[in-house]
Design a protein around this ligand. Structure first.
Ligand code: ASP
Length: 589
């Protein structure tokens, strides 16, 4: 190899290098025969260099796409009209004096292109080839740059990067644990961490007041959306802080990352919305604020109408919410029905609608759907909700106000997509604060932690913790970017007595708490500092920065949507011997 070792990369040569003797190593990206000589585009992760092969000295026919080769040759400037402006090396080419094949390549299962449209299954099965594409190479490089920027910023701020174990005692965070059977202790299991939550809190007790870790987390959840069984968090915890300190630190971290990697200056002091406001105005606790289209309170008009379904919803303490879809009066019945089906997924019973059209004797008139119920108040209604001729008004009512809001929130999101209201180049951050601490699990008739069990109930609710759990707001915060939850965090409980009360609300009695979290509550007895933290998801962050919509595009070796790795075929069976060693038996399904 010594004689064939590259002296330059494929992205390096410029006019100033003309006349230089060089060796390049890379992959045949494309080959064009021109009778007597051929052009080869030689590719590595730094770029593409054009190689000119004279058939008198070399047989280009033996070189195929994706062969790994070494080229020895001389750099030559291209005539002006032959300059390729799309390549950084486009001003030059290398006249090959000798070519050696370092690795032959079978016909690849798909063509390696900058952005492939090969089937996902193939891309995942031959991931090592998919990763050769320009798009994947750029995204993996961006991910590396983001991780570096995280370490650079947090280290500079005095944070210590501390690893926590991967084999832990099961630490509930709301999902199912992945479990690892113990060979040495029959019937016992380690769990893979859903996050390093308890360990980072313990580090605060130990006095490591500023901790971070780029941590791998594992959650055994059913296939839903764009989830991966293992994902990466930028895990952060700080002592002696209040909510605003964590928010400010996170904003500065984001600003540093965006500046260092995308050269984008983010404006600090991100918007803040309380959870209630986010649900009320946008129908979501992760609203995309790149477009406005707010939910409107339609109750004043519902009350004045004869539309019984709306009145019933209001009478039972619910809400009637409306959206004005600008210039959408031309939507077909089918399109409107599709929006209504979306509402139903979010448990709404239906969606009413009418179109606004222009003039006649009056300024506006209402048409279609439930128009007749609102025609008597058309003028006032349209003026109040700012609906103009050509607009489509969509209304959802429910006796549960949250259902009305979230169903219409899903419609808002879909309209944003359909009407292309989301500028892919814009990054719109928003903090959602003041979340409820508990959520009701109606099926099981009990309260659950909305985030996790260790978040601090805001002081003013301590007195009603047991008597009115549904009213309690936590010191919880989410950072949302372009409609995605980018980070979650909270100020934590550090008082063992308060922690015990929270356990009790969610039905964890003292004995169970002792068994599951005794080590944490014990630690809190030894001078625990007030603390709080946050964990931005690295995969999602890089995905959004790269303008992608799946985290698989920014993970080198992701699983498919069914938690399988198609490349190495896992999960896979293990031998009878291994099972025996682990004291396990597989029962037939
Ligand atoms: N451990 C939490 C999570 O994974 C984040 C945090 O509260 O810091 O969502």
């Amino acid at each position: 190899m010594e004689a064939l070792k590259r002296t330059v990369t494929c992205g390096e040569l410029r006019t100033a290098d003309s006349g230089r003797e060089v060796i390049l190593n890379g992959w045949v990206d494309a080959k064009r025969d021109h009778g007597g000589f051929s052009f080869i585009n030689l590719r590595d992760r730094y770029g593409i260099t054009q190689i000119v092969v004279d058939e008198k000295t070399e047989q280009p026919a033996r070189l195929h796409n994706e062969y790994c080769i070494a080229v020895r040759g001389t750099v030559r400037s291209r005539p002006k009209e032959m300059v390729n402006k799309t390549l950084s090396t486009g001003e030059v080419e290398v006249i090959a004096a000798g070519i050696s094949v370092l690795g032959e390549c079978e016909t690849p299962p798909f063509q390696i292109e900058d952005e492939t449209n090969a089937k996902e299954e193939l891309r995942l099965k031959y991931r090592y080839l998919d990763l050769r594409s320009g798009g994947m190479q750029r995204r993996i490089a961006l991910r590396s740059a983001v991780s570096f920027a995280v370490r650079e910023f947090l280290t500079e701020q005095g944070f210590l990067e501390i690893e926590t174990p991967t084999f832990i005692k099961s630490t509930p965070e709301g999902a199912r644990d992945y479990l690892v059977p113990s060979r040495l202790y029959a019937g016992k299991f380690y769990a893979l961490p859903q996050s390093p939550q308890l360990y980072k809190q313990l580090l605060m007790v130990s006095g490591f007041d500023k901790y971070f870790q780029i941590a791998r987390c594992y959650r055994d959840e059913d296939a839903r959306g764009d989830r991966q069984p293992e994902f990466t968090q930028i895990d952060i915890e700080m002592s002696f802080v209040s909510r605003d300190d964590v928010l400010a630190l996170t904003e500065s971290l984001m600003a540093h990352i965006f500046k260092k990697t995308l050269k984008i200056e983010l404006a600090l002091n991100f918007k803040r919305l309380s959870y209630d406001e986010a649900i009320n105005r946008f129908g979501s606790d992760k609203p995309d604020l790149r477009f406005e289209m707010e939910l409107i309170d339609f109750a004043p008009f519902a009350i004045k109408s004869d539309f019984m379904a709306f009145k019933t919803a209001l009478d039972s303490g619910g809400a009637v919410k409306a959206l004005v879809a600008k210039n959408c009066a031309a939507f077909s019945r089918k399109q409107i029905d599709e929006l209504e089906s979306l509402c139903k997924i979010y448990k709404a019973r239906g969606m009413a609608w009418f179109k606004v059209s222009g003039g006649g004797q009056t300024q506006v008139s209402l048409e279609g759907g439930t128009a007749k119920f609102f025609t008597p108040q058309a003028e006032a209604l349209c003026a109040a909700i700012n609906a103009k001729p050509g607009d489509l008004v969509l209304v959802v009512a429910d006796s549960n106000a949250k259902i009305a809001c979230t169903a219409l929130g899903a419609v808002r999101k879909e309209l944003g997509r359909l009407l292309e209201l989301c500028d892919p180049k814009r990054f719109e951050f928003v903090w959602i604060i003041d979340f409820p601490l508990f959520e009701r699990n109606e099926e099981e008739g009990r309260w659950e932690a909305a985030h996790h069990l260790f978040s601090f109930p805001q002081e003013k609710y301590h007195a009603v913790l047991e008597s009115d759990p549904g009213a309690v707001k936590g010191d919880l915060y989410d950072l949302v970017l372009n409609g995605y939850e980018l980070a979650s965090g909270s100020i934590r409980i550090h008082d063992p007595v308060l922690q015990k009360r929270v356990f009790e609300v969610v039905g964890i009695n003292e004995a169970e708490a002792e068994k599951k979290f005794g080590f944490l509550t014990d630690a809190f007895k030894y001078g625990a500092p007030p603390h709080g933290g946050i964990a931005p998801g690295l995969d999602r962050l890089v995905m959004l920065m790269a303008g992608e919509s799946s985290i698989k595009e920014v993970i080198a070796f992701p699983k498919n949507s069914f938690a399988q790795s198609l490349m190495d075929d896992c999960p896979s069976e293990i031998s009878a011997e291994q099972l025996k060693e682990l004291h396990l038996q597989i029962s037939p399904v």
